[in-house]
Design a protein around this ligand. Structure first.
Ligand code: 9MR
Length: 472
């Protein structure tokens, strides 16, 4: 990893002032790093979208945040059957048009959601006999997908048609039409809008499990028989404790069937570093799967989330960027978090905060500062204020270096934070650089620093020992 000369200059300037600093404001130090989610995702040809509701389009902060940060949109409810065709053959495209129009005028990628779903289904549909239900479904697809033909990158053609155990959900469609309704729907959608990617979309498919395997088997069957399916949507309604151990492998096994994968309704209940960590893992998984073409979060602000009590989105109720926001942005910017609080490991003479032996990390190596998380792979990141906060998870503290910056297994000297203004690290012993989730980590054991203590990461001032630095 290299850093730009601009960054290096900034670090040098800061280094001169480091001993009088009380708090260093940390900011991205990667040359060319994008400052919005959409722009960051676009660097790898992906989109980063948000579900949008017409109810809030009159609120300027809502619209401005959406427009500034995202390059994709999904109407949260406006293209669903109960809105689009509330009575048989009476179509109401207005709300969906409103969102599609705004998205289009901003050059956004628009996802259609959803053509066939057992919820938000008007009552008249459920009362139909099998023949009428089939023709009503095909007509609905033809009219809706036909209306937005050419405007959408993708349609969730069928939504949530599987049970948790991997069998077909016993919806009205299933009960009256049998398994075949799903492929009938995909064929009708292809006819109506040949250029939209046709997706199957579901939740609790966030790893290799019975449900995702049921869907996997259907997609494999569809591909083998030429049923037109192009992608699978993973809703990803998650929590801070979600186990994403097989999340990426699951995306990859679908991609290997020859379909795109998309994260379609991402939200993560929780807050702080726990929430940020799950967001980070999802973003990293998508970035690691070449056929993962984009991520959509299920709303802009916690204020209007369908799970408002869970504060699951990237912007808080006042449109402030959350820790999770920075985590995602960093991943989108590099496939791994950028060195937001990082700088350069350099030789220093004294006043070190965190001292790395000369052989541990080469001078000039760029660093990435991470969150510290519970669990075995704790990491640091900058707090939203730009400072770092000591976080105590299972009693360990750590500072994470950039992937490739320092070899795993390298011994490092670790110091504790003494507190007060201009806090410094003092030696407590040695630690070992270990593999973290996406990088390398300096683990600190012991309880030398209280949870919540602000830690200043100092710039360095040359000499034979190296020191961590914060870039401006
Ligand atoms: O966010 C949507 C909420 O406003 C609706 O009331 C709800 C109706 O069931 O649907 C929500 O969106 C769902 C999406 O369409 C499909 N996956 C689950 C989402 C959350 O329930």
């Amino acid at each position: 990893m290299t850093i730009s000369s601009r960054t290096r200059t900034a670090v040098t300037v800061l280094a001169a002032a480091c001993l009088s600093a009380t708090a260093l404001v940390l900011s991205p130090g990667v040359a060319g790093a994008a400052s919005t989610l959409g722009a960051a995702a676009a660097q790898s040809g992906r989109y980063f979208g948000a579900a949008i509701s017409t109810s809030h389009l009159g609120e300027s902060a809502y619209v401005n945040t959406w427009a500034a940060e995202f390059n994709g949109v999904t109407p949260e409810n406006e293209m669903k059957w109960d809105t689009v065709e509330p009575n048989r053959n009476q179509f109401n495209f207005g709300p969906g048009d409103q969102i599609a129009g705004q998205g289009r005028s901003r050059g956004m990628k628009i996802r259609g959601h959803t053509l066939v779903w057992y919820q938000q289904l008007p009552g008249w549909v459920s009362g139909l006999d099998a023949n009428n239900l089939r023709s009503a479904m095909l007509n609905h697809i033809s009219q809706a997908a036909g209306h937005w033909k050419g405007q959408l990158i993708a349609w969730d053609v069928v939504n949530e048609a599987f049970e948790e155990n991997g069998t077909r959900r016993q919806s009205v469609f299933q009960q009256k039409l049998g398994d075949g309704y799903i492929e009938d729907a995909f064929r009708a959608a292809r006819t109506a809008d040949p250029n939209a990617k046709l997706c199957y979309n579901d939740y609790n498919t966030d790893g290799v499990n019975a449900k995702s395997t049921g869907i996997y088997n259907m997609v494999r069957d569809f591909k083998s028989r030429g049923v037109p399916i192009d992608c699978v949507g993973f809703q990803s309604h998650l929590g801070s404790n979600s186990n994403l151990g097989s999340y990426q492998a699951n995306l990859q096994r679908f991609a290997d069937l020859g379909v795109d994968v998309q994260i379609t309704e991402l939200d993560v209940g929780g807050s702080g570093s726990g929430q940020a960590n799950v967001y980070r893992q999802v973003a990293q998984a998508c970035m690691a799967v070449s056929r993962c073409t984009g991520i959509t979060v299920w709303g802009v602000t916690d204020k209007y989330s369908w799970r408002s009590g869970d504060t699951p989105l990237l912007f808080d109720g006042n449109y402030g960027k959350k820790q999770a926001y920075t985590a995602v942005l960093d991943v989108l910017n590099g496939g791994a978090p950028n060195p937001g609080g990082g700088g350069t490991v350099r030789a220093v003479a004294s006043n070190r905060c965190l001292d790395v032996p000369g052989s541990a990390t080469a001078a000039g190596t760029a660093l990435q500062i991470w969150d510290c998380h519970t669990g075995t792979n704790q990491q640091w990141t900058r707090a939203s204020t730009g400072e770092l906060t000591v976080y105590s998870g299972d009693g360990k503290r750590c500072l994470d270096t950039a992937s490739g910056g320092t070899a795993a297994g390298t011994a490092a000297v670790i110091a504790s934070c003494t507190g007060g203004t201009g806090q410094k690290w003092t030696f407590t012993g040695s630690g070992t650089i270990t593999n973290a989730q996406s990088g390398l980590c300096l683990d600190v054991t012991g309880a030398a620093t209280a949870n919540g203590t602000k830690v200043i990461i100092w710039t360095c001032n040359g000499g034979s020992n190296q020191q961590w630095a914060a870039a401006a």
